[in-house]
Design a protein around this ligand. Sequence first.
Ligand SMILES: CC(C)(COP(=O)(O)OP(=O)(O)OC[C@H]1O[C@@H](n2cnc3c(N)ncnc32)[C@H](O)[C@@H]1OP(=O)(O)O)[C@@H](O)C(=O)NCCC(=O)NCCS
Length: 318
Amino acid sequence: MTRVTMDTSSFSSFTPRELQTDRPPREPAPPTPFISFIKPQGQLWNYNRHKTHEDQPGNIPKAFLDAMSVREKVYVEEQGVALENEFDSDDHRSCHWVIYASVLTTILPAILDPRTGKLVRPRVTRTTSLPIGTLRLVPFPHSAHPRDGGIYLNGLLTNVGDPVRPRSSETVQALQPQEIQGGNRRNSLYIRDFPTTFHNGQEPYVKLGRLAVLKEYRNKGIAGQLVRAAITWMQTNYTIFNPSPSVLGFDRLGMDVTGQLPKWRGLFCIHAQEEAVKVWERYGFKVDEKMGKWWEEGIPHVGMWLRVPVGKGGHTVA
Ligand SMILES: CC(C)(COP(=O)(O)OP(=O)(O)OC[C@H]1O[C@@H](n2cnc3c(N)ncnc32)[C@H](O)[C@@H]1OP(=O)(O)O)[C@@H](O)C(=O)NCCC(=O)NCCS
């Protein structure tokens, strides 16, 4: 794991139009928040999704456990998602951001001389870093877009052909996400999807998700700091997930010539909880009408997209 501590004040290069408004000043963020960044390192192979972050093997990176502590509080305790469905197979290949607040705790109170009122011993305090928010970025490729009306549990579609009634748990096990391998692209790592309002079905995109901020720290711009950190990082490292034919081989990539190689061109997708659409709109994301609405872990979701400029010849917001 690479753990980088960053000064969040440096995340200023991405400013969608939606953030440049005449809003009244908001409550200030907690003092000196900082963000940790975790690159995908495959160190999560033995993470036990049936147990909480406090009860995991010793090799799991501390910053990832911190991310899970926030996700468990927000998604499992607050929103009722099953603990075993909170960690998923995308976690090990994702980048994660965790934001911390410095919390001052009094360990020993100050002591005053009862007769003179003079200070005998000053208050003893300790500053601890509390994880208060998290976000992850899943690189391509992805499973196909969810089905309109679909009911998904642990990433699996449970109601094929029946948009309202979930099927039994045995059926859930038997079904796979609707992956459509690209035509004659044998062994392709890339999925040909159905076209939507903002996605042609083929362009590689990265997916932001698992955005969560502890209740006590909401409405202070914490989510905004995380989203901007992830977008700025992708803008800076825009070639990082592009496949290398010299490493993987053209055959495995299902390509004949370099010109066909999938390249990330600034496209972000999210599967947003319907209730959080307004939050994402603030960062420039737009609802994709053609993706409809589906349910993940019982929570209604919609698709949203954002395109940011990257490198030379980048595009602007879709
Ligand atoms: C959604 C969430 C991450 C926002 O975190 P946050 O740190 O409070 O967000 P920010 O302070 O950066 O931005 C909050 C802005 O969005 C608005 N907002 C926050 N939650 C909202 C909601 N559920 N519905 C509508 N607007 C909301 C706030 O009013 C604020 O707008 P303002 O600046 O105009 O006042 C947090 O509420 C959360 O963890 N919710 C539970 C998990 C969740 O729903 N995650 C999103 C999954 S897609």
